[in-house]
Ligand binder design. Structure first.
Ligand code: TYM
Length: 330
């Protein structure tokens, strides 16, 4: 039988899971789980590149695992685990850091943005974050990395690091490709549609665990423009275009269908309709997450088994890399 291609992706438990992460990443993970061998990670080591409250980080890591399952990821089909449980990520990261240029890391958009947001605490970890991300991907020889648009630059850097390493030591790493959805790759803030929807902006952000009334309130208040036409025009109508994108990603309709549906109707009809579509999309996920969180033993069995399987795969790559760079075998 032909070997299935492999997928790796992850989300930081640095805040509650958002509609942006769902539409940009998890929705695709669910769609790809039958066709590929998939590893989905809770990247807690990435989360500590900015300050976290330890108890919150622990709680959110478990919650995120429950949400992965509630979103439709089958623990029988996918390897789901917590990054800090598989030391090979950090070990490979060190080696890859020695094959990454200071200049390359300085050019990363996320680093530039986060170092502005956390100007009083720009750590070495924040700077070398993309190296750890490259290790996450390369340690599993992943072919495909399903992410939102904002992570494309990091996946491209990962490819550059892998190519450079392969130039010195042929046939070490598979070169991964980013896999970015056509609809929902970049969900914008509801309050400031020129910015990406992010965990740290509670007003502009819809969380998977938000109650229906909170979701409706956020959509009714969403920033639009002073026209009345429901029409996609990202440049001139960023708010309406974002709502249309969310509507299409939530319902599976095309942009043309959505525009037709709301033709001649004002924002007073359009905004609550988008809210309702999201409420219906999130309702089963929220209910299932709550159910799963009451069964700690089940969640524990998923992440323990996940870490065991992931470690087995990761250690194979790590052994190969350590040998190639000239370390004495243990
Ligand atoms: P993170 O935790 O910021 O986001 C998780 C995933 O959600 C996507 N995403 C969005 N997509 C569309 N619209 C948005 N507003 C939006 N916000 C977030 C992100 O693109 C991402 O796919 N560095 C990564 C985590 C990571 C990783 C990895 C990903 C660590 N190692 C290896 C893939 C492979 C991050 O910060 O994602």
């Amino acid at each position: 039988m032909e070997q299935k291609k492999r997928i790796f992706s992850g989300i930081q438990p640095s805040g509650d899971l958002t509609l942006g992460s769902y539409m940009g990443a998890i929705k695709n993970w669910v769609a790809l789980q039958d066709e590929y061998d998939c590893l989905y990670c809770i990247v807690d080591m990435h989360a500590i590149t900015v300050r976290q409250v330890p108890a919150d980080l622990r709680r959110r890591s478990l919650e995120q695992l429950a949400q992965y399952v509630a979103c439709g990821l089958d623990p029988q089909k996918n390897i789901m685990f917590i990054q800090s449980h598989v030391p090979a990520h950090a070990e490979l990261s060190w080696v890859l850091g020695c094959y990454t240029q200071f200049g390359e890391l300085s050019r990363m958009t996320q680093f530039k943005m986060k170092s502005q947001q956390h100007a009083d605490n720009i750590t070495a970890g924040l700077f070398t974050y993309p190296v750890l991300m490259a290790a996450d991907i390369l340690v599993y020889q992943a072919d495909l990395v399903p992410v939102g648009e904002d992570q494309k630059q990091h996946v491209e850097l990962c490819r550059d690091i892998a190519s450079r390493f392969n130039n010195s030591f042929p046939d070490t790493f598979t070169l991964p490709e980013p896999f970015i959805p056509k609809m929902g790759a970049r969900i914008m803030s509801l309050g400031a549609p020129e910015n990406k929807m992010s965990k740290s902006d509670p007003d502009g952000c819809v969380y998977i665990m938000d109650k229906p009334e909170d979701i409706m309130r956020k959509f009714k208040r969403a920033v639009t423009d002073c026209e009345t036409a429901v029409r996609y025009d990202r440049e001139n109508k960023p708010g309406v275009s974002n709502l249309l994108t969310i509507y299409c990603a939530a319902t599976g309709k095309t942009m043309q269908q959505a525009e037709q549906e709301f033709a001649g109707q004002g924002y007073g009809v359009f905004k609550p309709a988008v809210g309702e579509a999201v409420v219906e999309l999130m309702r089963p996920i929220r209910e299932e997450t709550t159910k799963l969180l009451s069964d700690r033993a089940y969640l524990e069995s998923i992440y323990k088994e996940g870490a065991e399987k992931a470690s087995y795969l990761a250690n194979k790559t790590l052994r190969k890399v350590y040998k190639k760079v000239g370390f004495v075998p243990r």
